[in-house]
Design a protein around this ligand. Structure first.
Ligand code: BG6
Length: 382
């Protein structure tokens, strides 16, 4: 509109940043949507300037390129601005389905008392996409599925699934609760080998032929970048000890399954004489489409002593704002609740570090799947 101006400059050059700041009246928000290595340089340049009072600084994920760079970036940022003025953007925190976890868990009596190791066998958080590379090799080939999706987005979802009930949803309580549970989270096998990785080969999605990942423009085949990652994590606290949390995300898959699946344990004793399908109950929160399913075992139709399964299903309403809209609106209100706190960003890197190290050493094989399939044949999914 007529109130916007377009300036061109290099965000890593202090004079260029100073020029942008000089043109911005009122309270200023700077938003760096840059590759992490460039963000680090841009922050270094910004640190040399006199910053306007109340400046808000937003940074797109990934935050740093590993634990060391994330720590260094945090130290630099924390010297420049108070934490309340820093917005480490992660749009999953703005997804209404993700935020729904708070209402579902903490505004009902029926789930929260059951959300713990004695009642829950495992939790799966899956974000499979039909989308392939979409011309993003420059970024994605250096990140891969583990860093692009699990290190950031899915660990935050895990935090909301597993955190202790907060006293309020203000930024201190909510982000403090998320940080606490992430501090207790680690790879199931400490050496990072409770993980799998794969890369897509040529295939077909929705009738469209897709080339193999390694044949996409800009991909360096020798980099061994995975396009599908799965990790099993443990949470070392009283509530979750012994419960595996399986996080998985991949590109170019046949089915875009994007959900949180909570699998309850089998009953301690099924009354003798009840026949048919037993199997555990599960709660399924689908992020896209936004739905909620509770799978229960009931007495089936016909013979009342034969068990069957039924599903209580509801559609979850769309949020008023898109996920990014939600995050941007909290930025404009200078409310950091939906931004990733500095220590949380570091914890997320700490959790995946042993896995990245195991992959670098080839302790976990890089497998292959056909684009449009459900992943490598050997993986099999429940
Ligand atoms: C982004 C990832 O952060 O999230 C993409 O970089 C991914 O690779 C995207 O496709 C998924 O989120 P959404 O909300 O667009 O489905």
């Amino acid at each position: 509109g007529k109130n916007s101006r377009y300036l061109r400059g290099d965000a890593t050059i202090p004079a260029d940043l100073a020029r942008v700041l000089a043109e911005a009246p009122g309270r200023v928000a700077i938003y760096f949507a840059l590759p992490p290595a460039v963000t680090i340089l841009a922050c270094t340049a910004l640190a040399t300037l006199d910053l306007p009072k109340g400046l808000l600084l937003a940074l797109e994920k990934p935050f740093g390129t590993d634990l060391t760079t994330a720590k260094a970036l945090n130290r630099r940022l924390q010297k420049m601005l108070p934490e309340q003025q820093l917005f480490r953007v992660d749009h999953f925190l703005g997804k209404s389905t993700v935020l729904n976890l708070l209402g579902l868990r903490f505004a009902n009596r029926i789930f929260e008392p059951l959300f713990s190791a004695p009642n829950i066998e495992r939790v799966e958080i899956t974000f499979d996409e039909n989308l392939a590379l979409e011309g993003r090799a420059g970024y994605y080939d250096r990140a891969g599925a583990l860093v692009d999706m699990i290190q950031s987005h899915l660990l935050l979802v895990l935090a909301l699934v597993a955190m202790e009930p907060p006293a309020s949803v203000d930024s201190e309580d909510l982000r403090g609760g998320m940080a606490q549970v992430l501090r207790a989270t680690r790879p199931w096998k400490r050496n990072g080998t409770s993980s799998r990785r794969a890369r897509y080969g040529a295939g077909t999605i929705d009738g469209k032929r897709l080339p193999a990942y390694v044949d996409e423009k800009g991909v360096e085949p020798a980099a061994g970048t995975e396009t599908l990652a799965e990790v099993t994590l443990a949470i070392d606290n009283w509530r979750w000890a012994g419960v595996p949390f399986v996080l998985r995300s991949g590109k170019a898959l046949g089915e875009a399954r994007q959900e949180i699946l909570v699998v309850f344990r089998e009953v301690p004793h099924l009354p003798t004489g009840l026949r048919g399908i037993a199997g555990p109950s599960c709660l399924r929160i689908s992020l896209k489409p936004a739905t909620l399913d509770l799978d229960l075992v009931i007495n089936g139709e016909g013979d009342p002593f034969t068990l069957d399964r039924t599903v209580l299903h509801t559609d979850l309403g769309a949020g008023e704002l898109s996920a990014y809209g939600e995050v941007l609106s909290s930025l404009l209100e200078s409310d950091p609740t939906l931004s990733v706190r500095g220590d949380v960003a570091e914890e997320c890197w700490r959790i995946v570090s042993p896995i990245l190290a195991a992959w670098r050493k080839d302790a976990v094989a890089l497998e292959t799947y056909a684009a449009g399939s459900d992943g490598p044949n050997s993986w099999g999914r429940s």
